[in-house]
Design a protein around this ligand. Structure first.
Ligand code: ADP
Length: 586
């Protein structure tokens, strides 16, 4: 990832990247500002109303009491209404902004290339989408609001303090810079701790996601206590880091409140003497006290939310980093159209490729392969020979370092990857089954397929029998990762999906795990139907598949080492004969 050396150095600035998302909801934003202006005005008019109550209500012998209290109530009512409106608008704004942000991030993550997803843990990405986004929701929906409101109230109170009593205000003002100092100093320290704290939470989340995702492996090893221990340790680290943040935050808050209210008390003490000496009315002192309290309280609120803002800035920083990540595989500016109809010829010309994480070792080295339209080629070779890499490059999950991969003589780099992938059906070794119904799982191959087409695919995939036996047939929920299906059944779902996709090129990674004889036959028949009339490359593990292929290509260390039919290759001896002896023959 393009992680800057220390992203916690510029966190507040990173909140700026939130602005485009806020700007999209101009109406809400403006409504919030208007409500904010009203509520601040109401808050600031309170002390004045109080002075009128004290000086004209009490002092004038009670004549003005009714009018004065009326005024007080009107101020309170205005405050109530505008506060409600402010809360409504800003909370809704927060929800909308964060929904937009998550959508944008999700779309972006979906578009990032295989290389990025190889080097980034998916749990970490989920944490960005949830924990960090959640933090921003609270910032936009409340913290930002409190911060701005407090700032306005502080400024308004200071102005009103001067209007009320310039000389007392001058006193009070000395206290304010004193209060700001610890906020700034504490804030610096908090920036660092905040980011660390969020990172530790993400660590714990990642761990949990990974473990729950592999629950069968965990339980089959009886590793629950071990996983429990790991998670507890991660949580403890998270709490320890959070404790540092909370501790620092508490100290800052205490120091600020002490300084602010210390200063206020001092000023009041002096003011009280003035009232006794007759230099000032009791109402004016009351008004002053209230302004000072409101202003002081707001400074305290600012100190508290400042830390929240820092935390959110850390979250936004990490989200921005992800948003700045550019996909390595992108459609060219003017992509070529795919030849139509596609004949399905595949060519690898002198292709050399290294995985970014393994720069020292070529996964494919000067690799050459030509598959004629409609031909079935079986790839065999020891594990690590580069067979799956052939698929990845053809699907353009990665670009070769040298050489050219072509489909119907068109370099696939000149195509839109989405269009290229539409033309290829992949049946992976371990099929992906989503936690939804059998129908939706099969429809994944072609979203617009109708019920008839789905049923036809099910029949052709020899899946009708077992799907018919499920409690709700095609509408049965398959459970997470197909937990309710056997291996052979999962494969037939994947085959039905590929049949529905009806792409001219088929990439099949044969399952290595042995199926029972009946499943095996059904899968083989389904595969035969699937391969019919398509250009197919099969990573083969079974003799039956190898025998049926038009040609067998033997790979080792990223190169083609031999080619021919089963008999030819057996007669040659060498790697193929060895593999055949180990894998296919008893
Ligand atoms: P096969 O499918 O024949 O078992 P692969 O194509 O999976 O072989 O792997 C070829 C080589 O590339 C191996 O050395 C493997 O370790 C390496 N490799 C495969 N996938 C990755 C990856 N995502 N990142 C780094 N190295 C990889």
């Amino acid at each position: 990832m393009s992680t800057p050396a220390d992203p916690s150095k510029a966190p507040i600035g990173s909140l700026r990247t939130l602005w485009p998302f806020v700007r999209r909801h101009k109406g809400l934003f403006v409504a919030w500002l208007v409500a904010l202006a009203c509520s601040s005005t109401a808050t600031l008019s309170f002390p004045m109303a109080t002075r009128v109550v004290i000086d004209q209500g009490f002092a004038a012998g009670g004549a003005g009491i009714d009018r004065a209290f009326m005024l007080l109530f009107v101020a309170a009512f205005a405050l109530a209404l505008s506060t409600a409106a402010r809360f409504f608008f800003v909370s809704l704004l927060g929800e909308r902004v964060v929904a937009d942000l998550r959508e944008r991030l999700y779309t972006h993550l979906l578009a990032l290339d295989a290389g990025f997803h190889d080097r980034t843990r998916s749990g970490e990405l989920v944490s960005r989408l949830t924990a960090d986004a959640e933090l921003l929701r609270s910032v936009v929906g409340s913290t930002m609001s409190i911060a701005l409101r407090s700032a306005i109230t502080v400024i308004g109170s200071i102005v009103m303090l001067f209007v009320t009593s310039p000389y007392l205000a001058a006193y009070a003002l000395v206290g304010i810079p004193l209060a700001v100092l610890p906020i700034v100093i504490g804030g610096r320290r908090l920036k660092k701790i905040s980011r660390a704290s969020q990172d530790r939470i993400a660590d714990a989340n990642t761990l949990a996601a990974e473990t729950l995702g592999a629950i069968r492996t965990v339980q089959s090893h009886a590793r629950e206590p071990y996983e429990h221990g790991r998670f507890t340790a991660a949580l403890q680290t998270a709490v320890r880091t959070a404790r540092k943040r909370i501790g620092a935050q508490s100290i800052v808050t205490a120091v600020v409140i002490t300084i602010v209210f210390g200063a206020i008390t001092l000023v009041l003490w002096s003011g009280a003497h003035d009232v006794v000496a007759g230099h000032m009315t009791a109402g004016t002192l009351g008004q002053f006290v209230l302004y000072a309290l409101i202003g002081g309280g707001s400074i305290g609120a600012l100190a508290e939310v400042w830390n929240e803002v820092q935390r959110a800035a850390g979250g936004m920083g990490r989200i921005s980093e992800l948003l700045q990540e550019t996909p390595a595989i992108r459609a060219p500016v003017a992509p070529q159209p795919l030849p139509s109809p596609l004949r399905g010829e595949i060519t690898f010309d002198n292709v050399t490729f290294h995985y970014p994480q393994r720069p020292d070792q070529a996964a494919l080295a000067d690799f050459n392969l030509r598959v004629r339209p409609g031909e079935t080629v079986a790839l065999v070779g020891p594990s690590g020979a580069g067979k799956s890499t052939v698929f990845s490059l053809l699907l353009r999950f990665h670009d070769p370092d040298a050489g050219r991969v072509g489909v119907d003589d068109t370099d696939i780099r000149t195509l839109d990857p989405a269009i290229l992938r539409e033309a290829i059906a992949l049946v992976p070794q371990q099929p992906t089954i989503f936690a939804t119904t059998a129908r939706e799982n099969i429809r994944y191959g072609r979203l617009e397929a109708d019920a008839g087409q789905i049923e036809a695919a099910v029949r052709a995939a020899h899946a009708a029998d077992f799907i018919g036996a499920l409690p709700d047939g095609l509408d049965t929920e398959l459970g997470e990762r197909g937990a309710r299906l056997s291996g052979g059944q999962q494969q037939r779902i994947a085959i039905a999906r590929a049949l529905l996709k009806d792409a001219p090129i088929l990439l099949l990674d044969e399952a290595t795990s042995a199926l029972d004889a009946q499943s095996e036959r059904a899968v083989q028949q389904a595969l035969e139907t699937l391969m019919e009339g398509r250009t197919s490359i099969v990573i083969a593990h079974r003799l039956a598949t190898v025998l049926k292929a038009d040609r067998i290509v033997v790979m080792d260390h990223g190169r083609v080492v031999a080619e021919g039919t089963h008999e030819q290759l057996l007669a040659q001896g060498g790697l193929y004969a060895e593999l055949a002896r180990l894998q296919f023959l008893d």
